[in-house]
Every structure is written in structure tokens, then in C-alpha cells.
Design a binder for this molecule. Structure first.
Ligand SMILES: Nc1ccccc1C(=O)C[C@H](N)C(=O)O
Length: 408
């Protein structure tokens, strides 16, 4: 084990298998060594996730932060992984602690379908509204009960590795947000293989421009995406609005368990449908460009969120994207949500006491009161706040699903 990596590993409590795979370190846990030697998937045990040798470790975010700092400058940990490990890191359903993969996916889909059925049955809505000429270019708008001149708009882009999912099963947050006076828009886009990444980015850009044109007196447009949808939302940080004839009133971004550097995806089975070339991956990687991009509105906030049980690669992607935002002129925050995996983090958006569904007294100023932190040191994350993204007013602040690393 190289001295630098050993020091980081001991400070941050890197899990053996991650240290083994990511930093070419020697494993001290024989079961992991055996698995690795046999080429089997190595993953933390269900019972003792993030536990090692009886000592409760901090979370995968520490691992992600630690591994981003190990190695030569410019070296990326995923390049040292076996194909199997890379596949595993980018297979979110393998990392849940409560449900097995198939059950986690089924539950996610059921909750999304039920939330959408309920939203359509109980809320005023405009369904399947075309935002372009293409067959797949449709969005659903759900309105609060009380009529208001100007509303904040919350746009959601679903996940599913740009090749699964639909707006018709993604209205998770409609109930709690419309109840607090926010209009929610669930956007469809042409998933692969019909759509290419470039086309999806263009469609999402046009959907945002469409909402601004339809509702020019909106009280702010907030973009939220999950997983691949977080990537598409993040691409809007780079959008050139002049060719769309409108500058959307973008006030906030919620990037939930996203992928911001697409290059590793090229080497996973996800690329069978996506067919990304290196140029495609680089052109569509906000990670490579966001530090140089200028916010249209300097008050616009960006919240990068990842689930505790997202894989270390997902943690690394979020953490490094947050760091790049801070290197630029963005007002960014980073949050790890306690005790949730890649799917539960969105399933919980159906709840009104969730961190991301707390709307404040001035819904047009969400994130107000939330401190964005500088990225001066890795330790910043240990002192981050657990305040809700939207300041609370009617509801008391819930910290139920957030926890400081130091408390873990
Ligand atoms: N990110 C997602 C978001 C929503 C729905 C599915 C996914 C998946 O990634 C599915 C993947 N095939 C998995 O097994 O984890």
C-alpha cells in the first residue's frame, strides 16, 4: 500500500475492496481478497454496510472524496477498475441495502406509477402538452389548487440511463409540491435507442424554453433531475439560450444522484443502447465544462445531492461535479442524504417532510438561508449543514433523512 493512499485510507476509512480496486492497495480482508482473486463482484455485506472490522465507518462519500485525491493528478479511479467492477459501480440497483436489485427496480416503478395516477386523479393538470413537433416531445403540468398569477415551476427529468423511464411514471413530487403552491412539470424526452444524447439534451433545452415562453411571469424555474435526468438538468447549466429566443428564469437546480462525466459509461453495458463515442461523451459531459460556464443569474443555486447508498463512483461523480461548480462562479451546495439508495432518494420525493420537498415562505427564493460552501478542503463536507433545500415555513424543518457525517 503506498504511503499516501494508506494515510488517506486510514483517515477516511476506505472500504477494503474499494481501496483494492481503486488504488491498487493490498486488501487485508481475506473474503474480499478471495472475491477479487476469483473475479467475483465485491460488495459490502448487507448487514454491515460501511462497516469494517467492527468499526462503523463514515460513508461512501468519504471514500469518493478520498479516492478523488489519491493517485497522480489527472488519474481517474475508474480507469483502474476491472470491467466487472466498473459495471457494478454503474449498476445502481446492486447497491441498495433493503431490497435486492429486481425488487428495488420494481418498487421504484410501482411508487412512480402510483404517484402519477394519484397526481392525475387529484390535481389540475395539462397532460401530454407538446413542447416540440416530435412524437416524444411532451410534458405534463400539474398545478396547485389555489390559482395564482405567478407560480414557481419545478421541472423534473427522470432517470433510467437515458434508455428507460418515462414521464408517465415519474410524478413523484407532484403531491407535496403542488400542495405548497409550486407547479410541477414532468418532461418526456426520446430515450435511446430512438434518441441520441445530443437529441435528449436539445429536447430538454427546448422543454425549459417552452415553459418560460408559456409562463413568462413565472416566479422562477427550478430544474430537478435524477440519475441520467440529473445529467440532462446539469447540461442546462451550459445551455446557450440565445438560439431559443428566450432566457428562462432559472433560479435553482437539484441534481440528484447524477452522472456528470460520461466517459466511464462508455465502458459499461449501458453503452450498447447509447453508442457513445469518446467525442459524444466529452461533448455531453458537464463535468468538463461547468467551471468555465457563466451563470445567467448570479443568484441561481445548484444543489448536488447523492444517496448514502449510492455506489462510490456515483459519490465521486457528485462530489467532483460539486467541486467543479465551486471552481467556477456557481453558488453550489453538496448534500449526502442519509439512509437512502439510488431509488429511495426519489421515492421519498412523494413525502412532504423530505428535504427536497420543503418549500419556504418565499418559494421564488428556494435555497434562501442555505449556505453554499467553498470547496477549500475535503473536510468542508463534514461541516455541511443539514438544512432543507427550500427553507421551511409551514412545516418544521425535518432532518429525518439527513445526517452529518460526523454523526454517523
Ligand atoms: N438509474 C436509474 C434510474 C431510474 C430507473 C432505473 C435506473 C437504472 O439505473 C437501472 C439500472 N439498470 C440498474 O439496474 O440499476
Amino acid at each position: 500500500m503506498c504511503a499516501e493512499a494508506a494515510a488517506v485510507a486510514s483517515v477516511f476509512g476506505i472500504l477494503d475492496h474499494q481501496a483494492l480496486v481503486l488504488s491498487n492497495l493490498e486488501a487485508t480482508d481475506t473474503s474480499h481478497q478471495l472475491c477479487a482473486a476469483r473475479g467475483e463482484r465485491v460488495r459490502p455485506s448487507q448487514a454491515g454496510l460501511w462497516q469494517y472490522k467492527g468499526v462503523t465507518r463514515t460513508s461512501a462519500v468519504d471514500t469518493a472524496m478520498a479516492i478523488s485525491d489519491v493517485g497522480l493528478p489527472g488519474e481517474v479511479p475508474w480507469k483502474k477498475m476491472s470491467a466487472e467492477e466498473l459495471e457494478n459501480q454503474y449498476c445502481p440497483s446492486q447497491w441498495g441495502v433493503r431490497l435486492r436489485a429486481e425488487e428495488a427496480l420494481r418498487t421504484y416503478s410501482q411508487i412512480g406509477i402510483e404517484a402519477t395516477r394519484r397526481a392525475r386523479a387529484t390535481r389540475k393538470s395539462l397532460l401530454h402538452v407538446p413542447y416540440g413537433d416530435g412524437e416524444g416531445e411532451k410534458l405534463d403540468i400539474y398545478f396547485p389548487d389555489e390559482a395564482a398569477e405567478a407560480l414557481p415551476f419545478f421541472l423534473f427529468f427522470h432517470g433510467g440511463y437515458w434508455q428507460s423511464g418515462s414521464k408517465d411514471e415519474s410524478a413523484f413530487m407532484v403531491d407535496p409540491l403542488t400542495a405548497q403552491g409550486v407547479a410541477v412539470v414532468i418532461v418526456a424526452y426520446d430515450i435511446a435507442p430512438k434518441g441520441t444524447l445530443d437529441q435528449m439534451v436539445d429536447q430538454v433545452t427546448r422543454s425549459v424554453a417552452f415553459v418560460q415562453k408559456q409562463y413568462p411571469s413565472n416566479e422562477g424555474i427550478y430544474l430537478c433531475g435524477h440519475s441520467a435526468g440529473a445529467h440532462l438538468a446539469a447540461m442546462m447549466l451550459l445551455a446557450n439560450w440565445t438560439k431559443h429566443g428566450v432566457t428562462p428564469n432559472l433560479k435553482g437546480f437539484f441534481l440528484v444522484s447524477g452522472v456528470f462525466d460520461l466517459e466511464p459509461i462508455m465502458y459499461t453495458s449501458q453503452n450498447v443502447a447509447l453508442q457513445l463515442t469518446l467525442e459524444d461523451a466529452q461533448r455531453n459531459s458537464p463535468q468538463l465544462k461547468v467551471a468555465q460556464a457563466q451563470p445567467v443569474d448570479p443568484t441561481c443555486r445548484v444543489l448536488v445531492v447523492v444517496g448514502q447508498f449510492d455506489s462510490p463512483e456515483f459519490h465521486r461523480q457528485s462530489w467532483e461535479f460539486y467541486q467543479n461548480l465551486c471552481q467556477g462562479e456557481w453558488k453550489a451546495s453538496f448534500e449526502q442524504l442519509h439512509d437512502v439508495d439510488h431509488f429511495e432518494i426519489v421515492e421519498n420525493l412523494t413525502q412532504k417532510d423530505n428535504m427536497l420537498t420543503q418549500v419556504g415562505p418565499h418559494p421564488w427564493q428556494p435555497f434562501r438561508g442555505r449556505q453554499h460552501r467553498s470547496c477549500r478542503s475535503l473536510l468542508d463536507a463534514q461541516t455541511r449543514s443539514s438544512r432543507p433545500a427550500w427553507p421551511t415555513w409551514r412545516n418544521s424543518v425535518s432532518t429525518k433523512n439527513t445526517k452529518k457525517i460526523s454523526q454517523m
